[in-house]
Design a protein around this ligand. Structure first.
Ligand code: MN3
Length: 202
């Protein structure tokens, strides 16, 4: 049975993240951009020899050898992960227990983590992503270009922010730093991050 990429519904209404992220942004970002990656990934999967792999197997299996498939398949995963990683009333410094402990161990404090995550997103030149990722049993900030994600760098994703311009230009124009601050302070779903930390073996 060949794998099929699917476009999941947003886990909240399109207007649920306003004023931090508008319904218009989510209508374009989920209903148009994310949907197009799903359509293209399925087209490019056909005949690739990776049809029988799972989602992560297709991503890691196409990395470096089938850029068209890799870019679309990874962007399907990245966007689902990004949208699941936000919630209405999210963000802020109050974290679930395991996440707080792991962040404090890795960065010294939540404020230092916040600063490093925002700085990672701001300094990712051009299109890409900033991640809190788990590698070798430790949390780190990882920035990736275009569609790359932690799986192709030997790491597990915990939470991420999309820093492609389409993620923030409607709401914040060129102010990427402001968008990243709002992500950490008002949007991040720390329960989702805690669940991913447990999946990564913490
Ligand atoms: Mn995007």
């Amino acid at each position: 049975m060949a794998y099929e990429f699917k476009l999941p519904d947003l886990p909240y209404a399109h207007d649920a993240l306003a004023p931090h992220m508008s319904a218009e942004t989510l209508e374009f970002h989920h209903d148009k951009h994310h949907a197009a990656y799903v359509t293209n990934a399925n087209k490019l999967l056909a005949g690739s020899g990776l049809e029988d792999k799972d989602e992560i197997g297709i991503i890691t299996g196409s990395f470096g050898s089938n850029p068209g498939l890799f870019n679309n398949a990874a962007q399907v995963f990245n966007h689902t992960f990004f949208f699941d990683g936000m919630k209405p009333g999210g963000g802020g410094a109050s974290l679930p227990g395991k996440l707080e402990k792991a962040i404090t161990e890795a960065f010294g404090s939540f404020d230092k983590f916040r600063e490093e995550f925002i700085n990672g997103g701001v300094t990712q030149f051009g299109s890409g992503w900033v991640w809190l990722a788990a590698k070798d049993g430790k949390l780190e900030i990882m920035k990736t270009q275009n569609a790359e994600n932690p799986f192709v760098h030997g790491a597990q994703p915990i939470i991420c922010c999309d820093v492609w311009e389409h993620a923030y230009y409607i709401d914040y124009r060129n102010l990427r730093p402001k968008f990243l601050e709002v992500f950490i302070d008002n949007l991040a779903n720390w329960d989702f991050a805690e669940a991913n930390l447990e999946k990564a073996g913490f």
